[in-house]
Unconditional design. Structure first.
Length: 100
C-alpha cells in the first residue's frame, strides 16, 4: 500500500482527496478541498470515486489504510495519508469547517 505524509499531501496539486471519516467528523474539521465519502457508505458510493489517482484520509490513518487496501484490490489508484487529519492539524495546516 502506498502512503504519503501530510507534508507531502500539502505539496500535491491536482490529486483529489477523499475523506472517509463519518459526516460529523468531517464537519468538525477537514483538509481544504477534501470530499467526504464515509467508509460506512463507501460500498454504495464507489461510482463517486475520482477517475485516476487519488489520496485517502481519515482521522489517524487506520480507516483510510483499510479503504486504500480494499480499493487497490478493485484496481483503484489510491494512496493513504499517514497520520490523517490529526497529523495535518498538528502540523499547523489550515482546516475547513472547524472551530479550532
Amino acid at each position: 500500500m502506498r502512503s504519503i505524509t501530510v507534508q507531502q499531501l500539502r505539496e500535491r496539486e491536482g490529486v483529489p482527496l477523499i475523506d472517509v471519516r463519518e459526516t460529523d467528523e468531517f464537519a468538525a474539521g477537514h483538509v481544504p478541498g477534501a470530499v467526504n465519502l464515509p467508509m460506512s457508505s463507501l460500498g454504495e458510493r464507489l461510482h463517486e470515486l475520482p477517475d485516476g489517482a487519488f489520496d485517502v484520509i481519515c482521522a489517524l490513518g487506520g480507516r483510510s489504510g483499510r479503504v486504500v487496501e480494499a480499493l487497490e484490490a478493485r484496481g483503484h489508484d489510491a494512496t493513504n495519508v499517514d497520520g490523517g487529519t490529526q497529523a495535518w492539524i498538528a502540523a499547523g495546516y489550515p482546516v475547513e469547517g472547524a472551530q479550532r
